[in-house]
Write a protein that binds this ligand. Sequence first.
Ligand code: ZN
Length: 128
Amino acid sequence: MGSEAEVKIPREMIQMIFESARSLHPKETIFMLRGKTRRNEVAISEIVIPPSATYGKGFASLPLSMMPLDFSVIGTAHSHPSGSLALSIEDLNRGLGKIILVAAYPYQGKDNLAVYNRKGEKLRLKVT
Ligand SMILES: [Zn+2]
């Protein structure tokens, strides 16, 4: 997934992520993302809540051994209660799939969202 790729996400999924982020704040929320990838396009079609034991404890504590071996998982989404849109080293090390979506406090709109590939390069985000 190169840095020229575009990620498409339905508006209602962004709202789900924001709502969860707000209700768990100041803890992190995390989701797995399912969808389809083509050469230069990622289309997110489904949001999956990870195993309950990890929920709300933060992205860095996500135990990869508990993740289903599921190749339709194209990436993850998590919140940054700090308000920063920048990826941490842990984010890059613990990423799953091809993309990492970050929702930053105050979880209001597109300005509080960023999506990256696994190299940490920012990708274009298109709300559909
Ligand atoms: Zn993070």
